[in-house]
Design a protein around this ligand. Structure first.
Ligand code: AMP
Ligand code: MG
Length: 439
């Protein structure tokens, strides 16, 4: 049966196709928020340049504005004036003269370069208090140490497109263009449904055979980290009736994460419950470990507002026929987290209006020999700790953390990534370069 399951690569491709489809056909609602609150959000409207940048020819050095040909001839240049950052444009620069200038100041009209303070010596010209000379044999070219007006951007240029993730750099750019608020996409509402008769709330003491529901807060944190708004639903018991009622409640969300109940056990009732509600399945299981029982499909949703568009428009139609991506994540905490990071994040990002692609594997040096431990034919994801070096010549080092299976939260909390072991690899040698996914 497991040979019929899609490989990791195949399942990831299915998810990527669905993400692309969602990104094309869903337009999330738009919110306007303060620039100060915009980090981590997704830009919803094109960011336009309000002016040329720089708005004036700007010196990038402390020194002397002059004409390159004159300076390079090493003649003495009398200092005709001085401008510091923040002063209105001055000049023009008289022929055969230099102009004292500070970093960030306007280069006076007539000058074509700025010689650095460190590259000139004092000189003498009659009737002038100060004069300088470029120290031979140094020469300078027109344009050196000057950023021309409009070199970075022109007024009206489209600087950032909708779908860009907003971080510090985008905030700085928006601020420089006078945006004190930004239009961003509303966060998708992600319903989180933990299932299992053994689960008790975090603030209660588990009785015999019970455990605390750690997946719901973990998934809520993962969702928030990935740009979603988590909505934790009441825990569902392992009965068909409880699951049916919970799925009815979940229909208002933009995406649904169910934890537990997707394995092949007698009380694993999630897949049939989804089927009863008419879910279409993209896959029910993947050749990975942990996470093999992962279910991915779509449920018919209700007409909830994040995608609401004016009646009669194409958007409104899409909205009425809206489906909710749904993941049935295996209940073991590490399996839940790994499958979320590998498969749910790309879908969530697409619903959030992001144009970034996920997951983002990076390379690291393996510091110890690492056995696959477990069946071959499955892509393995092992909890590991990655250590970054301050040296620019070193890749990060990564080593697995000792763990006792996918339920070992202690080990998981020591880890900051998973190492990928491809399906046909039995052992990775110390020193080899491996792919990791940070969490
Ligand atoms: P299941 O996928 O329902 O077969 O659960 C697999 C394992 O994960 C079992 O040991 C469950 O007790 C555990 N588990 C299921 N749901 C949760 C949860 N919400 N929090 C912590 N552990 C869970
Ligand atoms: Mg269960």
């Amino acid at each position: 049966m497991s040979s019929d399951l899609p490989s990791y690569e195949r399942a990831a491709a299915i998810v990527a196709d669905c993400a692309r489809e969602l990104a094309q056909h869903r337009r999330p609602r738009i919110d306007r928020i303060d620039l100060a609150d915009a980090a981590g959000r997704i830009l919803a409207a094109t960011l336009l340049a309000d002016d040329d940048q720089p708005p004036f020819p700007r010196s990038t050095r402390d020194g002397y504005a002059c004409r390159a040909a004159e300076a390079s001839a090493h003649i003495a240049l009398p200092v005709a004036g001085s401008t510091h950052a923040g002063q209105a444009p001055a000049g023009p620069l008289p022929a055969g003269a230099a102009w004292e200038i500070m970093t960030g100041a306007t280069v006076p009209f007539g000058a074509d370069c700025v010689v650095m303070l460190e590259h000139v010596e004092e000189s003498h010209v009659e009737n002038f208090a100060n004069a300088i000379r470029l120290i031979p044999p140094r020469t300078i070219e027109a344009g050196d140490n000057v950023v021309a007006k409009g070199a970075q951007t022109r007024r009206g240029d489209e600087l950032l497109a909708p779908g860009v993730a907003i971080g510090p750099a985008q905030i700085a750019l928006a601020a420089s263009c006078g945006y004190s608020s930004l239009e961003v996409f509303a966060r998708p509402r992600v319903a989180i449904l933990a299932t299992g008769d053994e689960l008790v709330p975090v603030d209660s003491t588990p009785g015999p055979g019970k455990i605390r529901n750690s997946n719901a807060p973990m998934l809520a944190a993962l969702v928030a980290n990935s740009g979603g708004e988590p909505i934790v639903l009441p825990t569902a018991a392992d009965t068909a009736a409880a699951l049916d009622a919970a799925l009815e409640r979940a229909r208002q969300a933009d995406m649904l994460l169910i934890s537990g109940g997707v394995s092949a056990g007698k009380y694993d009732l999630v897949e049939p419950a989804l089927a009863r509600r008419g879910a279409q399945f993209h896959f029910t299981g993947v050749k990975i470990q942990p996470g093999k029982p992962l279910v991915f499909g779509e449920l018919k949703g209700t007409g909830f507002s994040p995608y609401k568009e004016p009646a009669g428009t194409e958007g409104a139609l899409a909205h009425e026929q809206r489906t909710i991506p749904v993941f049935g994540l295996p209940g073991n905490p590490i399996s839940s987290a790994a499958t979320f990071l590998l498969f749910a994040v790309p879908i969530l990002a697409a619903l959030a209006g992001s144009r970034e692609t996920h997951p983002r594997f990076v390379l690291a040096h393996l510091s110890r020999d690492t056995d696959r431990k477990g069946k071959s034919g499955l892509t393995r994801f092992l909890p590991a700790r990655c250590t970054f070096h301050p040296s620019v010549n070193e890749l990060p080092q990564v080593a697995t953390v000792p763990w006792h299976g996918s339920g070992d939260l202690t080990a998981f909390a020591q880890s900051n990534c998973v190492i990928v072991i491809p399906e046909d690899v039995a052992r990775l040698e110390a020193g080899s370069i491996v792919r990791i996914l940070l969490h």
